[in-house]
Design a binder for this molecule. Structure first.
Ligand SMILES: Nc1ncnc2c1ncn2[C@@H]1O[C@H](COP(=O)(O)OP(=O)(O)OP(=O)(O)O)[C@@H](O)[C@H]1O
Ligand SMILES: [Mg+2]
Length: 214
C-alpha cells in the first residue's frame, strides 16, 4: 500500500489541489484510493469530496498521532492513500505524524524564490522523523513543480538548484492553469491525461525503483 503525504511549510501552496488530483488520477488508474484530510482547520479535501460527489472516499483524520490511528482505521482496503496535510508551520505535529506513516512525501512548489526558500524546513522535518520510522530513513520524497509559466527560464533554474542539492524533482510539472485554479468543488475527469496524472504515475515508478534497489 502506498501512503502519499502532500506537504508544504505554508498555507496556500497548492497542497489540497494536488491531493485531490492525485486521488482522482489513482482512481482513474483503477487503484482503490482513499483521501485523508488531516487539515482540521480547512477540511478542504473532505468538502471537495462532498460537494462534487467524487468517486473515492475521504476521511477526516486531523490528529497528531495519525501514524498510530491510520493503519487501524484503513486496514488493507486500499491500494493508495493520499494525505492532505495542514501547513507545517502551524501544525508541525500532525505533519510529522503523516511523514512517519508515509511511504512517499510529495512537496508542491511554485518555482519562485520565496517558495524555494521554504524547502529546507520541510527537509529538516523529514530528517527529524527518520529516527521515528521503522526503517530509520526518511520516506521517499520529491518536489512537484506547480503553477509553472510557459517558457519561464526560472523553472529550469530551480529544477537544477534542487537537483544539485540532492532533492528529487519529478519530471512532470504542472502549469498555472485556470482549469486547476477552479477545480475545487468540481468533479474531475480525465486527470490521468494531465500533468497531475503524470506526477501520480511517476510516483509509482519511484516506488518500483526503490523496490528494485532494496
Ligand atoms: N496548478 C494550479 N494552477 C492554478 N492555480 C492553482 C494550481 N494549484 C493550486 N492553485 C490555486 O492556488 C490556491 C491554493 O491552492 P490550495 O488550496 O490547493 O493550497 P493549500 O496548500 O491546500 O492551502 P491551505 O493550506 O490553505 O489549505 C487556490 O486558489 C488554488 O486554486
Ligand atoms: Mg489545503
Amino acid at each position: 500500500m502506498l501512503v502519499i503525504a502532500v506537504v508544504n511549510l505554508k498555507g496556500g501552496s497548492g497542497k489540497t489541489t494536488l491531493a485531490g488530483h492525485l486521488c482522482q488520477a489513482f482512481h482513474e488508474a483503477g487503484m482503490r484510493t482513499l483521501g485523508v484530510d488531516a487539515d482540521g482547520e480547512n477540511e478542504s479535501l473532505q468538502s471537495w469530496q462532498a460537494a462534487a460527489d467524487l468517486p473515492w472516499p475521504v476521511i477526516t483524520l486531523a490528529v497528531s498521532n495519525l501514524h498510530k490511528q491510520l493503519p487501524d482505521v484503513v486496514g488493507d482496503r486500499y491500494d493508495v492513500i493520499v494525505i492532505d496535510t495542514p501547513p507545517m508551520k502551524a501544525q508541525r505535529g500532525t505533519v510529522a505524524s503523516a511523514m512517519r506513516v508515509a511511504t512517499h512525501v510529495l512537496i508542491p512548489m511554485c518555482p519562485s524564490p520565496i517558495e524555494h526558500d521554504r524547502l529546507p524546513a520541510v527537509r529538516e522535518l523529514l530528517d527529524e522523523v527518520a529516527d521515528l520510522r521503522p526503517d530509520g530513513k526518511p520516506p521517499t520524497h520529491a518536489v512537484l513543480l506547480i503553477k509553472v509559466k510557459p517558457r519561464a527560464a526560472s523553472t529550469q533554474v530551480y529544477r537544477e538548484l534542487m537537483t544539485d542539492a540532492g532533492v528529487t524533482v519529478l519530471n512532470a510539472q504542472v502549469g498555472d492553469l485556470e482549469r486547476f485554479r477552479q477545480a475545487w468543488a468540481d468533479p474531475m475527469t480525465g486527470i490521468l491525461d494531465t500533468a497531475y496524472g503524470a506526477a501520480a504515475m511517476e510516483l509509482l515508478d519511484l516506488t518500483d525503483r526503490q523496490e528494485v534497489s532494496a
